[in-house]
Design a protein around this ligand. Structure first.
Ligand SMILES: [Zn+2]
Length: 465
């Protein structure tokens, strides 16, 4: 697969953004698994993506972010907003440079320093004041936040670099706690999306433009819904915690065209921005949201949708390397992956698992995903529901299971090399847009409006600005 950003073969793929959004927000036994999952996977605890949305506020009264300031929620969003992206968060220092020199301004816009080609390394003192050094010069300590911009204005040939990587817009540097700095990229939403889309759907060909446009609209919908909700004083992380953002250096000509051609457009249902979930590969049938996440309120536009190509027995997403897959565990691997999640379900500290006596699929949802799975280990019985199975029955690499679309699970209690073998389909939670399906549909001639309309039932495209 040409796709970059972790979409390819070989177990390094990402199931797509918003993929894990539902995990921490669960009840019952799944909550324990989710807590384990969050501790095990997230480098720092973060709030679940509440997707409470600006919703009504957005379209009726609007949400708008300006640098260093949370959206007021009082203005109608009719112009392109600026967004704030946490590039370097809570670090000992950050390096900034621009080929044509930098201008550094203080909180009131006053000049703090300028430099020629040499960049600055900025760090914070124990009092939170900021100091810079570079090329034999220094400034500070001064109160932050500092705004850094290229001295020659927005020249793409001489962009601002943060720790060596080029970005559009300006960068705010501030200290949130003694001795630590955070660098936030402030830029227009559309410019931000140019650095997001290639990482979320991969680098595709001009013939697949309509799929990339679908991704651009979904990513914009997510961004609009999340603006002003970030707990850390900016709108989005530049990582899988939100949408992956690679800045200017990650941009791609097809993705840039897709962003431009859909400028200001988001997906709405009855006038409100939707929860534009998407995942890599639905396996032939997307999941209605309660099938994968029964612990979350259902959404009328997140129905199960067939990804079959009409008049054939193929699916639009059968081009995915994980359309069908087989995963195997040795007994030792099975013991290792089950050790912590089973203990979490029992509310006890992680303990070794000696024997796995049963792994049985108890029922299936209409789209072919597991309703629940019974696991018996060391004489204890566990029932794991829906998408949670992916975080309990991890692959031997430690990554979550590809999907909860399991066709069979065969346990070989006496097997020396293979203790468990599972056949399944798809990659990701399966809710909302199927990214490989979108590519298949674009190749078949569908427009991005048709693609989004297929995966988000009853919705429309709304242009905000
Ligand atoms: Zn699909």
């Amino acid at each position: 697969m040409r796709a970059m950003g972790g979409w390819g073969d070989g177990g390094v793929g990402r199931p797509g953004r918003l993929e894990d959004a539902g995990k921490p927000n669960v009840r019952g036994p799944e909550a324990l698994v989710a807590r384990y999952w969050r501790m095990a996977v997230s480098p720092s605890p973060h709030l679940p993506i509440a997707v409470s949305l600006c919703a009504v506020a957005l379209l009726v009264v609007g949400c708008r972010a300006t640098p260093g300031e949370a959206p007021s929620g009082r203005e109608r969003l009719t112009a392109e907003p600026r967004v704030r992206v946490g590039l370097v968060v809570d670090s000992a220092a950050v390096a900034l440079s621009a080929a044509g020199g930098l201008r550094i301004a203080g909180p009131a816009g006053e000049d703090v320093a300028r430099s020629a080609a040499a960049g600055w390394t900025i760090a914070a003192g124990s009092d939170g004041r900021l100091s810079g050094s570079g090329g034999g010069r220094s400034f500070g300590p001064v109160a932050g936040p500092l705004t850094l911009s290229p001295a020659q204005g927005a020249d793409p040939a001489a962009p601002l670099r943060v720790n060596g990587r080029p970005y559009r817009g300006t960068v705010l540097v501030r200290s949130d706690r003694p001795g630590r700095v955070t660098a936030v990229n402030v830029l227009e939403l559309e410019e931000y999306l140019k650095g997001v889309v290639p990482f979320e759907i991969g680098r595709l060909t001009p013939g697949e433009l309509e799929a990339v446009k679908s991704q651009a609209v979904a990513a914009r919908t997510y961004a609009i819904a999340r603006m002003g909700k970030g707990p850390a004083g900016f709108d989005f992380y530049a990582t899988v915690q939100d949408q992956v953002y690679g800045g200017l250096g990650g941009e791609d000509s097809v993705a840039t065209r897709a962003v431009k051609q859909t400028r200001g457009e988001i997906v709405t249902y009855r006038g409100q921005p939707i929860m534009a979930y998407y995942s890599s590969t639905c396996g032939g049938q997307t999941a209605a949201s309660p099938e994968s996440w029964p612990w979350r309120p259902p959404q009328p536009y997140l129905q199960s949708v067939s990804d079959r190509i009409p008049g054939s027995d193929r699916a639009y997403c059968d081009i995915s390397p994980r359309y069908r897959w087989t995963t195997r565990w040795t007994l030792e691997q099975l013991r290792r992956v089950l050790r912590t999640p089973l203990a979490a379900l029992d509310r006890r500290p992680p303990a070794s698992v000696r024997q796995v006596e049963a792994v049985r699929i108890l029922g299936r949802t209409p789209s072919g995903r597991v309703d629940s799975v019974h696991i018996r280990a060391d004489g204890r019985d566990y029932t794991v529901r829906a998408d949670s199975i992916r975080w309990v029955l991890r692959m031997s690499s430690g990554a979550g299971l590809n999907s909860s679309m399991l066709f069979d699970a065969t346990l070989h209690p006496e097997g020396d090399s293979i203790a468990l073998e599972v056949h399944g389909g798809g990659y990701g939670h399966g809710i909302g847009m199927c990214q490989y399906g979108a590519i298949g549909r674009a190749r078949a001639g569908q427009s991005y409006r048709q693609i989004l309309g297929a995966y988000y039932q009853g919705t429309r495209i709304t242009r905000l600005y």
